[in-house]
Ligand binder design. Structure first.
Ligand code: FPP
Ligand code: MG
Length: 284
């Protein structure tokens, strides 16, 4: 999947550069935002937003600011997550707090959240509501994550945690895109569910790679409880890994089933590539 060559990727990258160019050159905030925004990242969530708008009849050029809002709140959540779980390397570079200090990193997160609100605000009540709800879910999910290492943490707690901290933003990306494309609540809910399944699969894969020590572009001091670790209490390492992979495939299948209910087009093809790439293609 050559996502960097997609028009949607170019649109979001260019909007991000324009945003940075507009900032005061002498400000410390500009240095931090540049560091965070130029550290790469696949831009999966904003691209899901633009493609969801396309499958609902919209033009992705009209949803770029909403897509940028999604990428910025995602970046803010990673800065805050790194502060919380002692993340020192993010996307192969020092995390924001490693490079600029805790206070500055926290404020950079605050700046990005506020900028994202400014960007999403013209997109109407449904989009703004889903955006706000995603932020609340992410914070709630992260609270469950932080507590996960101190008490009992079963499979159901794990799923609640990742549905809120990760899948909620994928879900909102898809539903907001749908609304911008002109969808009614029924179709937007279908897109939301697609995003939720993709986001759930994505986080299980991310956790599985962490469990297998197969990630070299990020490093945290405190690690969260992963799905294979929960399964490991009742089965062998190999079975725990295989059972986790089976769960990923189940989520991917649910997401693909939803995609098939839309008329096939370039955008459904790209969403299907994303679904398979960030989940099954990334599996060991
Ligand atoms: C990564 O988890 C973290 C998240 C997906 C969500 C983080 C959310 C918050 C800190 C709440 C902030 C809320 C807003 C609205 C900004 P991970 O540690 O498992 O993943 P990693 O390996 O990439 O660090
Ligand atoms: Mg982390």
């Amino acid at each position: 999947m050559n996502i960097e060559q997609w028009d949607e990727h170019k649109l979001i990258t260019s909007a991000m550069s324009d945003m940075i160019a507009d900032m005061d050159n002498s400000s410390q905030m500009k240095k931090m935002v540049t560091h965070v925004c130029n550290s790469g990242g696949k831009k999966i969530r904003p691209i899901i937003l633009m493609l969801s708008s396309e499958i609902c009849g919209g033009d992705s050029k009209k949803s770029v600011d909403a897509a940028l809002a999604i990428e910025l709140i995602h970046s803010a959540s990673l800065i805050h997550d790194d502060l919380l779980d002692g993340g020192v390397i993010r996307r192969g570079l020092p995390s924001a707090h490693e490079k600029f200090g805790h206070a500055a990193a926290m404020l950079c997160g605050d700046f990005l959240i506020s900028k994202s609100i400014e960007l999403i605000s013209p997109f109407g009540t449904n989009a703004v509501r889903d955006f706000g709800r995603a932020g609340m879910y992410m914070a709630e999910g992260e609270t469950i994550d932080v507590k996960s290492v101190t008490g009992t943490f079963e499979e159901s707690n794990y799923y609640e945690c990742i549905r809120k901290k990760t899948a909620s933003l994928f879900a909102a990306s898809a539903s907001i895109g749908a609304y911008i494309g002109g969808a009614d609540d029924e179709v937007a809910n279908k897109c939301r569910l697609y995003g939720e399944h993709v986001g759930t699969a994505y986080q299980i894969v991310d956790d599985l790679l962490e469990y297998l020590n197969a990630q070299d572009d990020k490093k945290s001091t405190h690690e969260s409880v992963t799905l294979p670790q929960i399964y490991l209490k009742q089965m062998s390492h190999e079975d725990a890994v295989n059972k986790s992979i089976k769960e990923v495939k189940k989520q991917v299948m649910y997401a693909s089933d939803i995609l098939r209910t839309f008329d096939a087009c370039d955008a459904t093809g790209k969403l299907s590539q994303i679904t398979n790439h960030i989940t099954t293609d990334m599996l060991p």
